[in-house]
Ligand binder design. Sequence first.
Ligand code: UFG
Length: 329
Amino acid sequence: MKLKKITVTGGAGYIGSLATRALLDRGYEVQVIDNLSRGHQWAVDKRAAFSKCDLLDRALLSKSLKSFQPEAVIHFAALIQVNESVNQPELYLRNNFEGSRNLLECMKENSISKIVFSSTAAVYGTPESIPIEEGEPLAPVNPYGESKAKTEQLLQHYCQNHQFAGTAFRYFNVAGAHPDGTLGEAHEPETHLIPKILEAARRGEPVKVFGNNYPTPDGTCVRDYVHVMDLVDAHLLALEHQISRKFEAFNLGSERGFSVLEVIRATEKVVGQKIAIEMNERRAGDPPVLIAQSTKATRILGWVRKYPDLSTMIEHALQWHRSCFKTRA
Ligand code: UFG
């Protein structure tokens, strides 16, 4: 049976807003729940029902779900900065874990039992073997990863004890924007590598590189970049996939690693200009290498990436970056 009504938490954020658009384009009815603490009202698709609600406000959350009566929830809402989580661990555990616990309780109260949850590569910490498979132990090294690992474990209990169907997607480094250049990443403050490089290029300033003494070929951290539209596709597949009363975790990455310096070089090619570098100390909580094994998502969900090239991700991010500065200038 095809689902019709989906609630998206965090639908005012980067990935959530693009997922909302994709769902609406496919004919789903969508409710967005977002507290707008980090997301933006302008990013909420006008075609969606919007509830300004914090996941920590249990009464309002339950009321919002009750009024819309979705058949499934895609849960993106979360704080996502590793560095901030190291400085404010309680904030991350409260917002990400307690918020998710409220959501699961409210779903149960309203007889909604299907959920797709945004998890992260940060649940693996500093993994023993690369590429990382889903069976690797969860051993986060920062409170952000810990808040997501704890939520996955709770979700697993809900699947076992309350007949929930739960999919956890462990995102690697999400990049890019809608290919038409009209929607993308707008974090405040922005901390992610590709938008930081684009900003440095636009301003003609050097980009800060956090650490060049990691045990990697060029000394800078290696990450696995995945296009945001491919990530969104995986969520649609998970909704349509008939996993019932079961928990499954999937990595979403591209199975290729790029160092910080390689990403800077690739961006130079896309923007057609040289970008200066300023070497800085390591950033707290950064594991040296994160590369996903993503074959499980392909095997079980039929996930196929449309935009596997780093240069395409950078091109789409650049289009969005330019359109932002045109409208806001
Ligand atoms: N980096 C720089 N300079 C910058 C920004 C980042 O050198 O100005 C470096 C970081 O130190 C890191 C790499 O670029 O080594 C990537 O950093 P990002 O901030 O872009 O991404 P992270 O790898 O820290 O984190 C992202 C998500 C997390 C997720 C993680 C999993 O934001 O939610 O990927 O791989 F957990």
